[in-house]
Design a protein. Structure first.
Length: 302
């Protein structure tokens, strides 16, 4: 893969920029700054950034069948209302405090998968992987520390999940039953040799891409898990990537301005920016959320 030119899409630094999502209806990219409680969006072609503020930390973004945003924020899932407020959809069975939602993805059958992590990190809250289903938030995986790296392969029957904690730093693959949403056959897919795995995306050829925290790069893995390519970035802590543009051949990457010990803003003036670069391969379209709890009180998505 040729080395692409890296462009800065949005320079104002996010504390922890995350969750980039392509919005084909408006030609925009949306993303969040988790600790700042911000949701941002701007045209991919450039222009003004629109920012919404919440009193809970937003983490993962998805679209519904009408193109409206569904947000995993705080300790549950929400729909973004027209006035900029968050309308609760569901909350999984977890303690009321000491944790928050983190990374997410949508499978081919419209289930919104999101994991949890302890917040603050010393709270001792369990790390889990949930799916938003007809019965609400269903826990599928326990024992996680820093949940990340969610993605679903193009055929819809393989789900990827990572744990970014330095003592784990592993990506697993699972068999995903498309009818029930149940996971099975957990196996190690890849362990990064440099940096830690963060957010991920799939391309149309079935390859898994992930942002490497402290490695300063995004990495493309083959369906068997071997490294195919790295693309170096001008920051040490990229957080997640998304395939954007109407041909899904523009990669957008969020990053954080929280730097490794010993480094300063002078060392990384672009830390916390959003970057864009051209891709030789198209991304896999992100499906809309079409599965919600049967008893939720807001508009139905299906």
């Amino acid at each position: 893969m040729r080395a692409p030119k890296i462009k800065v899409l949005q320079r104002s630094p996010d504390i922890v920029g995350e969750g980039p999502l392509w919005l084909p209806e408006s030609g925009e990219i949306a993303w969040v700054d988790i600790p700042a409680g911000k949701l941002r969006r701007m045209p991919l072609a450039g222009g003004a950034v629109t920012t919404l503020s919440f009193d809970v930390p937003p983490a993962a973004l998805a679209r519904d069948l009408e193109g409206d945003l569904v947000v995993a924020a705080g300790t549950g899932w929400h729909r973004l209302a027209g006035d900029g407020s968050l309308l609760p959809i569901a909350t999984p069975a977890m303690p009321e405090a000491g944790w928050r939602m983190n990374d997410g993805c949508v499978d081919l059958d419209g289930r919104f998968w999101t994991g949890s992590l302890a917040e603050p990190r010393t709270s001792g809250a369990p790390g889990k992987l949930f799916r938003l289903d007809r019965n609400g938030g269903v826990a599928e995986v326990d024992g996680l520390q820093t949940q990340n790296g969610l993605a679903v392969a193009p055929e819809g029957t393989t789900l990827y999940l990572a744990d970014s904690h330095p003592e784990v730093n592993t990506i697993w693959a699972f068999d995903l039953d498309r009818g029930s949403g149940r996971l099975s056959n957990r196996r190690v897919f890849h362990r990064p040799q440099q940096g830690r795995v963060d957010g991920a995306a799939m391309d149309a050829e079935g390859c898994y891409w992930f942002a490497g925290i402290d490695a300063g790069r995004i990495t493309r893995l083959a369906p068997e898990g071997e490294v195919l390519a790295h693309i170096d970035l001008p920051v040490s802590r990229p957080t997640k990537l998304a395939f954007c543009g109407h041909d899904l051949k523009t990669i957008c990457v969020t990053s954080m301005s929280i730097l490794p010990e010993g480094r300063t803003a002078a060392d990384e003036p672009l830390a916390g920016a959003v970057f864009m670069l051209a891709s030789d391969v198209a991304g896999m379209p992100v499906p809309p959320v079409s599965v919600l709890p049967d008893d939720h009180g807001q508009k139905e998505l299906q």
